[in-house]
Write a protein that binds this ligand. Sequence first.
Ligand SMILES: C[S@@+](CC[C@H](N)C(=O)[O-])C[C@H]1O[C@@H](n2cnc3c(N)ncnc32)[C@H](O)[C@@H]1O
Length: 324
Amino acid sequence: MADLATPFAVRTAATLRVPDVVKDGPLPLAEIAHRCRAVADPLGRVLRFLVHRGMFTEPEPDVFGPNDASNALRSDLVDGPCAWLDLDGAVGRADLAFVELVEQVRGHHPAYPAAFGRSFWEDLAHNPQLSDSFDTLMETKTQGIAPLVASAHDWSRYARIADVGGGKGVLIAEILRQHPQPRGVLVDLVGPARNATAYLQEQGVLERAEVVAASFFEPLPVRADAVVICDVLGDWDDEDAAQILRHCGQALEPDGRVLIVELLPDSDRMATFTEMDLRMMVYVGGRMRDLDRTQQVAAAGGLSVEDFTPLDNGYAIIECRCER
Ligand SMILES: C[S@@+](CC[C@H](N)C(=O)[O-])C[C@H]1O[C@@H](n2cnc3c(N)ncnc32)[C@H](O)[C@@H]1O
């Protein structure tokens, strides 16, 4: 449980795309190193270490080949783990901030800024490649939940739906696809907003959608009958989350609703939930919340929870009305 060599060796192989390079069969180490733009001697030592832990084969000295474990790390697998482990990608890099966990727990400093000199969001804003990699990871993640969210609520009752912190637009695109009447507006920071326009066009819903680049820490420059906010509140502490919700509530037309979509704790998924909670703490100083705590944050943001729809995947849609 406490070994660090194995996860770092696996992540190094994934980052260098060794599983892709050897997918068709064994290759000499020098050739693998050349194709991976790596140095043969240290790469060979990493691969040999992994062979003895069940990943890759070494059919003859200094020749390495694939096996099931290495194939599971190929970058062309839809929904595979490679992009999440890539040390050059937003989440693989953020995992490196765990070296500062003990100092965060001692109350000395938040982990990510201590590891990288600025916050996670500032890092993305300064590095388009990192920002794009994060949007792509969120795209994959949200593709898994969007169809459920889009079908579990009657979105057709709203004329205009804003997806705040909507990333690339996977959720709003799915809602618009399943419900032909409403129009959509996606609000996010400049980088994701740029990617969202292209994504919504690809999905064939851009004629019913617009994209607005804005921060949810300012009053939102949009009005809507429903504001959906999915997997965003966990990125923030209670005070920030309440401020975001206040701005969502203020953007509502009369009798509008804020729909919070979040993973909630349940007895079958506590390993995932607590892992997410730790990641949120380390990456962004956020936290995962149960329904009671979400309700308290909503109240602090001027919203009252009036309905709650649990989904099969552990997420829930928490429907709130604005207390004006
Ligand atoms: C965890 S992602 C969730 C994205 C999307 N809702 C989804 O479920 O795929 C959090 C989103 O919040 C956005 N975000 C972070 N800070 C923001 C801010 N100050 N204003 C608007 N959006 C912000 C990020 O760019 C990112 O798209």
